[in-house]
Design a binder for this molecule. Structure first.
Ligand SMILES: C[S@@+](CC[C@H](N)C(=O)[O-])C[C@H]1O[C@@H](n2cnc3c(N)ncnc32)[C@H](O)[C@@H]1O
Length: 201
């Protein structure tokens, strides 16, 4: 019998009356993404993608700012919960695997948001994963990454596996320009920093 995906097990077994029991679930949009969108203001006619969307709050705020949003997650239970929590939303929530994106998604999105998914997947996949994610961003499009980060001298182990500074530079090696990176101390015990970075193609 095929082993159930770890994330699917977490969402499937979650207490539906208390979804905040899911370890990473805040039941609210990511505050750094929210800050970025508030600074940028509303948009018209732009497409966004949320990778590893979980319960859907980040997709919802992108929709609120005018994006036409697709949001994918490997876990069917997460997608079912996201749809149930946001019944009025027009976000296209669907099951999808970031390792297996359709050819039609290459260069499709004006804004890609990735929060806490890269660090949840094996560190040996980082370069490959960054390559896939960068390929999805449209010309002159943006990528917003939120992750835990650790210093070169740290070894927090995992999962999740916090990103090292040089792993944030992989996005530039794949052809993006870093617009800014912001590190905030005290996200222990996962890592010393919460980190967000904006890149542009
Ligand atoms: C740590 S959770 C973060 C969820 C959400 N982004 C958040 O910030 O609350 C990682 C998410 O990535 C999803 N995920 C894991 N592997 C994936 C894959 N190969 N493709 C798409 N989503 C994946 C999981 O199901 C989970 O929802």
């Amino acid at each position: 019998m095929e082993k159930k995906n770890f994330f699917e097990s977490v969402y499937e077994n979650a207490d539906h009356d208390d979804l905040s029991s899911i370890p990473w679930a805040t039941l609210a949009p990511n505050i750094y993404l929210e800050k970025h969108l508030a600074m940028q203001g509303p948009v018209v006619g732009k497409k966004a993608l949320v990778i590893g969307c979980g319960l859907g709050d980040d997709a919802l705020i992108l929709e609120k700012y005018g994006y036409e949003v697709e949001a994918l997650d490997i876990s069917p239970s997460a997608i079912a919960l996201a749809k149930k929590r946001h019944p009025e939303s027009k976000v296209d929530f669907h099951v999808g695997d970031i390792y297996d994106m359709p050819a039609s998604s290459v260069g499709k999105y004006d804004f890609v948001y990735e929060g806490l998914t890269i660090q949840s997947l094996p560190p040996s996949d980082r370069e490959k994963l960054v390559g896939i994610i960068v390929s999805l961003v449209a010309k002159e499009g943006e990528l917003f990454v939120y992750a835990h980060a650790q210093d070169d001298t740290d070894n927090y182990g995992g999962p999740p596996w916090p990103l090292y500074a040089d792993e944030f530079t992989l996005f530039e090696k794949e052809g993006l320009e870093q617009v800014y990176i912001e590190k905030e101390t005290e996200s222990k015990p996962v890592a010393p920093y919460k980190c967000c970075a904006l890149y542009r193609k």
